[in-house]
Design a protein around this ligand. Structure first.
Ligand SMILES: Cc1cc2nc3c(=O)[nH]c(=O)nc-3n(C[C@H](O)[C@H](O)[C@H](O)COP(=O)(O)OP(=O)(O)OC[C@H]3O[C@@H](n4cnc5c(N)ncnc54)[C@H](O)[C@@H]3O)c2cc1C
Length: 391
């Protein structure tokens, strides 16, 4: 009999895990929203999947869409000055998670994977664990459901370093060549423009990372889509004139009433394994590896760790699943986690002087510009640049 795995949560981590594990194990995906409800809900992320993540999705035969804008570059602006356009090594995409998650859930159900609607509570997790050889907590930032211990060395903050303000807009012409555009306003925050696909078609995501109480932290009390649109328009006029120059006032609007969000994240990294009454429980994705989205790495980290979790389980396919498997999974993922976490946390602080110098050099040296773009595909390279000053 195949080993039984219960995956709690049908987000980036849970879905990739379900695809990768479904042919070798008896997988149940526990989720608390139906696919059709997700389609109508609020947006959740800006979800840029860089090339390594897309390669993993391809490896595990996850649904792909050709219609998503192909993100091939990173545009970098410091204040009002455009510095450079770095080239990614492969195309990235951003597909509205409402669309990607619901399509993947429908597809998994069609492929015979067991999907069970359940909002798992902390009280029932012990009973649930008895039904499985392994339980995976992929509950995202509302998790974890279990007390995975905090890794103090990778968890320096006890409060959010940014307010995250996101809207999916029509009526903003994308930058050329198509890519992500980053504008850093030192001391107050950042603006990210991201071309993305929604069920209603292509949009430009405007994503503000505001230092709390600073000039960009200007959306307090905004509740309705209309208020959000108005506030964003004046934000562009006042602080981002280059973006405002690409706005078509007749078509500037949120793509739907639910296409905006405000949140703030306190980053925390946890050791992702424990035993519960003899059953192994592993964590994957935001439930155990939660970061500020400033470097756009959360989905990419979830996908990387989900693949490593798959590799650990395949390596131990025929042996009992106990703490050894958890230790193996953590050994595989910790170096990546340390690099992406330390880089991401550093990005929320003042930019180190040698990084400012590097960005200035990138303005006249295409190779350096490409290296900076590459950071987002391979966070260990960013870590080397930030902490070993090698590039
Ligand atoms: C503003 C913002 C912008 C971002 N931009 C990017 C980006 O550009 N690139 C990037 O890589 N990352 C980005 N991220 C991070 C990224 O969205 C997350 O890291 C990623 O979605 C995590 O995937 P996950 O599967 O762990 O969690 P989620 O995608 O949150 O999925 C968790 C799922 O678990 C379900 N669930 C929760 N509790 C229970 C329960 N008790 N029982 C059953 N089901 C449950 C939820 O309903 C949800 O469907 C961004 C995040 C934010 C907030």
């Amino acid at each position: 009999m195949n080993k039984r795995i219960g995956i709690i949560g049908s987000g980036t981590a849970g879905l990739q895990l379900a695809y990768s594990l479904k042919n070798d194990f008896d997988v149940t995906l526990l989720h608390y929203e139906e696919a059709d409800d997700i389609r109508r809900e609020k947006i959740r992320s800006t979800q840029v999947h860089f090339r390594p993540t897309r390669d993993r999705e391809h490896r595990f035969h996850m649904p792909e869409t050709d219609a998503a804008p192909s993100i091939k570059t990173i545009h970098f602006n410091m204040g009002q000055q455009k510095l450079f356009v770095g080239r990614l090594t492969g195309a990235a995409t951003s597909v509205d998670q409402r669309m990607a998650y619901s399509n993947a859930m429908d597809d998994l159900a069609e492929q015979g994977v067991s999907l069970r609607k359940a909002r798992v509570s902390r009280n029932e997790i012990k009973d649930l664990a008895e039904s499985y050889d392994l339980l995976i907590d992929a509950t995202g930032k509302s998790g974890p459901l279990l007390p995975f211990p905090v890794e103090a060395g990778l968890t320096p903050f006890d409060a959010p370093q940014r307010k995250c303000i996101v809207g999916y807009f029509t009526g903003v012409a994308p930058v050329e060549p198509v890519g992500i555009s980053i504008t850093v306003l030192p001391g107050v925050g950042e603006m990210f423009e991201i071309p993305a696909l929604t069920e209603q078609g292509a949009v430009t995501i405007l994503f503000i990372e505001a230092l709390p109480e600073g000039m960009l932290d200007a959306f307090k009390g905004v509740r309705s889509a209309q208020e959000f649109e108005e506030r964003m328009k004046s934000m562009l006029q006042e602080n981002f004139p280059a973006i405002y120059g690409r706005v078509d006032p007749d078509h500037f609007a949120l793509v739907d009433e639910a296409a905006f969000l405000q949140t703030a994240i306190t980053p925390v990294i946890r050791r992702p394994y424990l035993m519960l009454n003899g059953t192994l429980v592993l964590g994957c994705g935001d439930s155990v590896f939660l970061a500020d989205p400033i470097t756009g790495q959360g989905c990419n980290t979830a996908s990387y760790c989900a693949e490593q979790l798959y590799e650990s389980l395949m390596a131990h396919k025929e042996s009992p699943w106990d703490e050894e498997v958890g230790i193996d999974y953590w050994k595989r993922t910790r170096p990546y986690l340390a690099a992406v976490t330390e880089w991401t946390n550093a990005m929320t602080g003042p930019m180190p002087e040698h990084i400012v110098q590097m960005l200035m050099q990138a303005a006249t040296d295409q190779q350096i510009a490409d290296k900076v773009a590459h950071w987002f595909e391979k966070p260990s390279k960013a870590h080397e640049a930030f902490f070993q000053q090698t590039y």
